[in-house]
Ligand binder design. Structure first.
Ligand SMILES: Nc1ncnc2c1ncn2[C@@H]1O[C@H](COP(=O)(O)OP(=O)(O)OP(=O)(O)O)[C@@H](O)[C@H]1O
Ligand SMILES: [Mg+2]
Length: 390
């Protein structure tokens, strides 16, 4: 559906030159839902604007929905829907008029655009708002109207630039339900941009991480986490009742305990783990921190190994890898913190958050070689907005 090679955009403004997009290669297959994830200014919108023929690339090529964006922009536009970062409807226009006008722009006959408008109003829960002006709609209703406008030509490929930014969690979840329903109904391929890590994680089948105009990773959310971040298990370990002391040390001594605990945990885990670190507390509790993939599977193994070795686990915590850990390990920066700073530009920069040490070799430019698109079996909801996943 999309094949872009060496796509580049350099802006020249007065004496300033901005390399917004630096020669990206990207492919999107029919039916995929792909999210471009990156911080402010990463080049997400510029990429989308080139792919939708709204912006002429400085260099490179892109074939979108069967046509070259530079040679055949009109054909590309007839086969795509584009929902920009800002609202599309004219503020003083009425909702129904905007939809009809959109149908006219696409050259649809009156009966057809009236039918499609009525259909989309119902499907996107905008019934009863036909005569309202766009400015009188709530943020969520306005964004759903944008989606309706983008779907008037029944495009096989839909681009959404930050569809949910600025919406409250309920409106975000609601919009996602509608996008998912529209996707199902029209069998569309969807390419979107987002800042929301949890949204990309739960909704996208493939995440393209973009930073400083370059693609730095491209894979399913699970593959990205597996390749570039670890789950972290933290256990508080004490001698089991009657055991006397932690193993390795004489009764009453704790000095020999630490290496033994590490060895015990390492030996017990079925998969290679990254790091096992221990810290002895003054109260005799040893804190064991294990970096590993598949932490949910490793956790009971570690607890059992320690139990067999005469140790009791007083508390256990599993922190699962997030896309922010992926971004942090790839770039050294936290996307979550950058987004927070962008939302509060006057606040002082916050110190960097806890960085999870990468335990496998990875770095900018490394990619998962085989993104595996297709419906995910995960059934959960987004923790930031309550969005139901597929
Ligand atoms: N018309 C323009 N003229 C000059 N510079 C531009 C223009 N459009 C974008 N840029 C610059 O290109 C870079 C990429 O911008 P872009 O809008 O693509 O980022 P983005 O990833 O969409 O960011 P955001 O998340 O804030 O929307 C930024 O440095 C931006 O200032
Ligand atoms: Mg943008």
């Amino acid at each position: 559906m999309i094949r872009a090679r060496g796509l580049t955009k350099t802006f020249h403004r007065k004496k300033e030159t901005v390399e917004a997009v630096k020669g990206i290669d990207v492919d999107v297959r029919e039916g995929e839902l792909v999210a471009f994830l990156g911080p402010n200014g990463a080049g997400k919108s510029t990429t989308l604007r080139m792919l939708t023929s709204l912006l002429e690339p400085t260099a490179g090529t892109a074939e979108v929905a069967g046509y070259d964006v530079s040679r055949d922009p009109a054909r590309v536009r007839s086969r795509i829907g584009f929902i920009g970062q800002g609202n599309g409807g004219g503020y003083s226009y009425r909702v129904l008029d905007e939809l009809h006008n959109q149908g006219r722009f696409y050259g649809l006959p009156p009966a057809e655009y009236a039918r499609r408008a009525a259909d989309l109003l119902a499907a996107l829960d905008l019934g009863g708002l036909e005569k309202r002006t766009v400015q009188s709609l709530s943020g969520g209703q306005r964004r759903r109207l944008d989606v309706a406008l983008g779907l008037m030509n029944h495009p096989p490929l839909l681009f959404l630039d930050e569809p949910t930014t600025g919406l409250d969690p309920h409106a975000r979840a609601n919009l996602w339900e509608h996008i998912a329903a529209m996707r199902e109904r029209y069998g569309m391929t969807i390419v979107l941009t987002t800042h929301y890590l949890d949204e990309a994680d739960s909704m996208a089948e493939r995440v393209v991480v973009i930073d400083h105009g370059e693609i730095i990773a491209d894979a399913t959310p699970d593959a990205l986490k597996h390749s570039h971040a670890d789950d972290v298990i933290t256990l508080a370990v004490v001698p089991a009742p009657g055991a006397g002391s932690l193993p390795g040390g004489a009764p009453g001594e704790r000095s020999g305990a630490v290496p033994d605990v590490v060895g015990r945990v390492r030996a017990s885990l079925t998969e290679d783990v990254g790091q096992v670190e221990t810290t002895s507390g003054a109260d005799g509790v040893v804190s064991v921190r294990i970096s590993t993939t598949h932490g949910a599977d490793r956790l009971p193994e570690a607890i059992e190994a320690l139990r067999v070795g005469g140790l009791a686990v007083r508390s256990a915590e599993l922190q699962q890898a997030s896309l922010d850990d992926v971004f942090l390990n790839l770039t050294g920066r936290s996307l979550r913190e950058e987004a927070a700073r962008a939302r509060a530009p006057t606040s002082r920069p916050r110190p960097a958050g806890r960085r999870r040490a990468p335990t496998r070799s990875c770095g900018p430019g490394s990619r998962s070689s085989s993104p595996t698109p297709g419906p995910s079996s995960r059934a959960r909801s987004c923790s930031c907005c309550g969005t139901p996943s597929r």
